[in-house]
Design a protein around this ligand. Structure first.
Ligand code: SIN
Length: 288
């Protein structure tokens, strides 16, 4: 089989075909990694991955990060602590088997409340609803390159607070004290514009909106600036909408994308398995 790579939008994402991830060669893997570095998000359809296959493919990119602490802690399939379940399905006791329910998950990048966030995440579809639950990706390198000069000037050389209180579903993380004060919230400060270690490009790094703050500004000024930045970054021209099919494997770069998920019918079933590749270095500011 020949690996082919086809961009899905100009700003973000590429579909890769001609690979069975259960038995990809080193040459295939090199092509996959190049496409991920170049396009920030990759899609491989028609995969048939058991938990061990998903872990083996994920580990080719590096060490794995444990799942994020979500509303019910860290939920994994039995025996697979490095896999994180995203699902609205309930077990026989009526408890969710995964995180995020059936509601909207707002724009965010994964686990950027850590000083060294995961470089990448993968999501593999096991059960999907007939409609809804689409996942959207935003290309933060294209968004950065298109920043109006004035907006760029106001964040250049500054850091942004990334909140660790709430997840993208709006749920409080287990064991965390609720707060709406960015300064009191747990989390990490990262450069507003970082240098991508894989391709050297400037990347706008916003994390998540709630409890965010741009350093050096009052709360009022920071909120106004963040509204402008978020409105700019999430324009349709930077976004790809992924409509899931069974057996899709999607992998994204957490430094150069954000993602969000549409809500879906809570009576339908959606089960996804996710892994995350540990970051190897703290985000570094882009110097022009
Ligand atoms: C996530 O944010 O990792 C979940 C996205 C999704 O459920 O599509």
């Amino acid at each position: 089989m020949t690996v082919t790579v086809r961009p899905v939008t100009e700003a973000v994402g590429a579909e890769i075909s001609g690979v069975d991830l259960r038995r990809s060669s080193d040459t295939d893997f090199a092509a996959i990694k190049r496409a991920w570095t170049e396009h920030s998000m990759i899609l491989l359809r028609d995969q048939q991955l058991g938990e061990d296959d998903l872990l083996a493919f994920s580990r080719r990119f590096g060490e794995l990060d444990p799942p994020p602490n979500q509303e019910r802690g860290r939920i994994s399939p039995p025996g697979y602590p490095d896999i994180y379940v995203v699902s609205n399905v309930l077990d026989e006791k009526g408890d969710p088997i995964g995180a995020l329910g059936a509601g909207e998950a707002v724009w965010h990048t994964d686990m950027s409340y850590l000083d060294t966030p995961p470089d990448a995440s993968m999501l593999y579809s096991l059960e999907i609803p007939e409609s809804g639950g689409d996942t959207w990706f935003c290309g933060m390198q294209a968004a950065c390159a298109a920043l109006p000069a004035e907006l760029h000037r106001r964040i250049e050389g500054r850091r942004i607070k990334h909140d660790g209180t709430y997840n993208s579903g709006g749920y409080l993380r287990k064991g965390v004290t609720p707060t709406d004060d960015p300064m009191a919230a747990p989390g990490a400060w990262h450069p507003a514009i970082l240098r991508h270690p894989g391709n050297g490009r400037a990347t706008l790094y916003l994390g998540r909106r709630r409890n965010s703050h741009v350093e050096g500004y009052s709360k009022h000024e920071s909120d106004a600036l963040l509204e402008e930045l978020w409105a700019h970054a999430t324009q349709a021209r930077f976004v790809y909408q992924h409509v899931w099919k069974l057996g899709d494997l999607v992998m994204w770069d957490n430094r150069s994308t954000m993602h969000r998920r549409d809500p879906f019918d809570g009576a339908a079933r959606r089960i996804m398995h996710r892994t995350q590749i540990k970051g190897t270095r703290k985000p570094v500011a882009f110097m022009a």
